[in-house]
Design a protein around this ligand. Structure first.
Ligand SMILES: [Zn+2]
Length: 60
């Protein structure tokens, strides 16, 4: 079973968004409730920002 960090809340709908242990700053995650893309601003403490709306694919 994968460990997870404390779940930060979606800034839009306050849903908890669980981050994996491999979560990194600047990573984009999707809110399970409102489907908004969120950028990880900080991992410790976990904090999310609304992701900027960009069409570009940054690759992995
Ligand atoms: Zn949300």
């Amino acid at each position: 079973m994968q460990e997870t960090l404390v779940a930060p809340e979606c800034p839009e709908c306050d849903a908890e968004v669980s981050l994996g242990t491999d979560a990194r700053v600047s990573e984009i995650v999707e809110c399970p409730e409102c489907r908004l893309e969120l950028e990880i601003e900080s991992v410790e403490p976990p904090r999310l920002l609304l992701a900027p709306e960009v069409e570009e694919d940054w690759g992995e």
